[in-house]
Design a protein around this ligand. Structure first.
Ligand code: MD3
Ligand code: FE
Length: 200
């Protein structure tokens, strides 16, 4: 179970985390956080999001998809900063760069239910996740819904790589532990998820 999942605790040192947050603040000025809606029902997510790269993941009443433009502004997403691409190049083992960097911002009781990431065309590429700020309780299981699950704490500076069988595992965030990091002045948690969308 979960072959191909690798956790790198504390891969990013504090100064690197601070530099990333500074990059991300600039990016979010250009591509503000939006509140995704569940397909069909329109129920808002508790997590706010934005994206970097040629393609961004969005969700609204019409469904989940990747698109080149910010849903509220109609402008292209900012480029993925070099420091973020460097992490992918160092750790993914994949020959092509990611096309999408989803930024998830968790405040207060925000969480993310168990789901699979399957809106991409390229499943041979891993997904790389970078955690910044407060510690999260991450839950993951196997490739079918309803199986056994395990949990893992994801702390600021941790990197998680999901390749092979784990690429399609069910996963989510149960909760974020308020006050566990001083990285973000207002608290909360940022997760960056790097993905290859089209076939390389
Ligand atoms: C396992 N994000 O954006 S990161 C997501 O912390 C997402 O915001 C969570 O799930 C977050 O889709 C979890 C860890 C993670 C990311 C992608 C995965 C785990 C994954 C893709 C496949 C399997
Ligand atoms: Fe996911």
């Amino acid at each position: 179970m979960n072959n191909g999942m690798k956790h790198y605790p504390g891969m990013l040192e504090r100064p690197a985390q601070e530099a990333l947050v500074s990059d991300l603040r600039q990016c979010v000025q250009k591509a503000p956080l939006f509140v995704p809606l569940m397909p069909r029902t329109g129920t808002p997510f508790s997590v706010r999001m934005t994206n970097l790269g040629g393609l961004g993941w969005v969700s609204d009443r019409a469904g989940y998809r990747y698109q080149a433009l910010h849903p509220d502004l109609g402008t292209p997403w900012p480029q993925i900063p070099p420091a973020i691409l460097d992490i992918w190049r160092a750790i993914s083992g994949f020959q092509a760069d990611p096309e999408a960097c989803l930024i998830n911002f968790y405040q207060g009781t925000a969480k993310m239910g168990l789901h699979q990431d399957k809106d991409e065309e390229e499943f041979a590429a891993p997904v790389v996740s970078i955690s910044l700020g407060d510690t999260a309780i991450f839950r993951f299981g196997g490739t079918s819904r309803g199986g056994k699950t395990q949990s893992l704490k994801l702390s600021s500076g941790d990197v998680l790589v999901m390749s092979g069988e784990s690429r399609l595992c069910f996963h989510g965030i149960d909760r974020v532990m308020t006050g566990t990091s001083t990285l973000l002045k207002e608290g909360g948690r940022i997760n960056l998820t790097l993905r290859r969308v089209t076939k390389a």
